[in-house]
Design a protein around this ligand. Structure first.
Ligand code: ZN
Length: 242
């Protein structure tokens, strides 16, 4: 069985469409979404409706929480706050209730799915360094944990007493005695210098993990942001993946 794990779509319709069709080409059976469906991008409604149609395995992100009043946008930087306030005004009552009802964590077979740091998901902390990844793995009950939030993908494997952290474009075999923390990257606003949309492919039969990159129509996504009257910086950053 093939599962595609998406995170940080951030209202980017074109990136989500590209990832969806790539997943279909790859014969993906199941989809999981790790939150931040909205925020930054100009197509929040489309992204919510698409994710809802695709899967019920979805967790809450901090931008989703802020858009529906579960988190104070005061903590966001100026660009993020402006986008989240605009997003909040776009949501239908039903979309609002949908986001407001999303859980912070989800168990999917032997994996834990969460948007931010998994031990205290409601604190929205980042897992960036090798040390932070190690501390998560040391405190984890699950064999696998999938996260997002930083928009920077990595696979951190703890096998045979050794910790290995790898970047994108690597296909990793899941060892029976290993534990794995994976940041699946961002569909709609990558920040690792590669502007292509990113997601994770989890092959549960073949026991592999692979970070996939997909080109999408960045110019159209930028136009959607500018048409919405959102800060032009949010459009510009898509082109450089930062
Ligand atoms: Zn995000």
């Amino acid at each position: 069985m093939l599962t595609a794990i998406l995170s940080d779509i951030h209202g980017n319709r074109q990136a989500l469409e590209a990832v969806h069709s790539r997943g279909q080409e790859l014969d993906v059976d199941t989809w999981i979404c790790l939150g931040d469906i909205v925020g930054y991008g100009g197509a929040p409604n489309f992204c919510i409706e698409t994710v809802r149609a695709l899967t019920n395995q979805v967790v809450l992100g901090n931008h989703d929480a802020a858009a529906v009043g579960r988190l104070d946008p005061y903590y966001f930087n100026d660009y993020a706050r402006r986008a989240v306030l605009w997003t909040a005004a776009q949501l239908t009552e039903e979309e609002n209730a949908y986001l407001a009802g999303l859980p912070l964590t989800l168990d999917c077979d032997d994996a834990l799915c969460v948007h931010a740091e998994p031990c205290q998901p409601e604190q929205w902390c980042y897992v960036q360094s090798r040390q932070e990844a190690r501390s998560v793995l040391d405190n984890m009950d699950h064999r696998l944990c999938f996260i997002g939030h930083t928009h920077v993908p990595f696979i951190c494997a703890h096998t045979g007493g050794k910790l290995q952290m790898t970047g994108p474009q690597e296909n990793i075999a899941i060892e029976a005695d290993g534990s794995y923390l994976v940041n699946v990257g961002s569909v709609g606003q990558p920040r690792d210098g590669d502007p292509r949309a990113c997601f994770l492919l989890w092959d549960q039969l073949g026991n592999t993990l692979e970070l996939i990159r997909t080109d999408y129509d960045i110019a159209a996504a930028q136009e959607t942001i500018l048409d919405a009257g959102l800060p032009s910086f949010l459009a510009q950053r898509l082109a450089i993946g930062q």
